[in-house]
Design a protein around this ligand. Structure first.
Ligand SMILES: N[C@@H](CCC(=O)N[C@@H](CS)C(=O)NCC(=O)O)C(=O)O
Length: 238
């Protein structure tokens, strides 16, 4: 048997401003070579037979690794971080800090992301009836409000989710901070000053601006006030 090559051939299938942005940021931070392949959900590209053949779940992110496919943000973020231990994108395996990272990633995936899905696409959980949609949407706003309170409590006075240093968790948190400014939100969300401060810190990273600029060339999505980005400035920096 031949040993796996290093670095593996990596292809990230992403959609602009989707949860795949976290994996996109992690790859850019890793410094590893990778191909970024856009699968624009708004254009229904995730339902194309070519993509479904590659990734039957039809979701993003999906990471091609030497021809195999890995899905689920938490798995991808962990895999990428472990490819480059020298970048400290996650704490070492076996430490409490590592478990804390998974605690965060699970909260984001099963709490925050799921609440947003219930708001943006209530049919997923409530079916097509008007009552089902209204009930899921309302409950999801409540769940999101609770998740925001948890995020604010857990961040405490630390600059990053895991304490003093940037990790893949912070890129994951940035994605949903951007979502929390989406115009489709019909109810006011609680103030979230700590989450905002973290998002601004993450936004100041060159890797993040580069990735967002790349994604916005596929679909020019809105950014919250204060997250200005001119493509010319990013191209000059790149
Ligand atoms: N649990 C998965 C969720 C993946 C997911 O739902 N991705 C969305 C984009 S944010 C998607 O592909 N939606 C298309 C669809 O469900 O049809 C993860 O965290 O990676």
């Amino acid at each position: 048997m031949t040993a796996p090559s290093f670095p593996p051939r990596l292809t990230l299938y992403y959609s602009p401003k989707a949860c795949s942005l976290a994996s996109h940021i992690a790859l850019e931070e890793s410094g590893l070579p990778y191909v970024a392949a856009a699968v624009n959900i708004r254009a229904q590209e995730h339902r194309r037979p070519e993509y479904l053949k590659l990734n039957p779940s039809g979701t993003v992110p999906a990471l091609g690794i030497d021809g195999q496919i890995l899905t689920e943000s938490q798995a991808i973020l962990t895999y990428v971080a472990d490819l480059v231990p020298e970048c400290n994108l996650l704490p070492r395996t076996g430490t409490l800090a590592r478990a804390r990272a998974h605690q965060w990633m699970n909260l984001i995936s099963s709490g925050v992301h799921v609440a947003f899905r219930g708001i943006f696409r209530p049919q997923t959980y409530g079916g097509e009836s008007r009552e089902g949609i209204a009930s899921v949407s309302d409950q999801s706003h409540q769940n999101l409000t609770k998740a925001i309170q948890t995020i604010e409590e857990r961040l405490g006075e630390h600059p990053y989710a895991l304490g003093e240093n940037f990790s893949v968790v912070d890129g994951y948190l940035l994605v949903f901070y951007l979502w929390s400014h989406d115009e489709r939100l019909q109810q006011k969300l609680p103030e979230r000053p700590r989450w905002r401060a973290l998002a601004e810190r993450v936004w100041s990273r060159e890797s993040v601006r580069k990735v967002v600029a790349r994604e916005r060339e596929v679909r020019a999505y809105d950014l919250p006030a204060g997250f200005a980005l001119t493509m010319d400035a990013v191209r000059t920096a790149a």
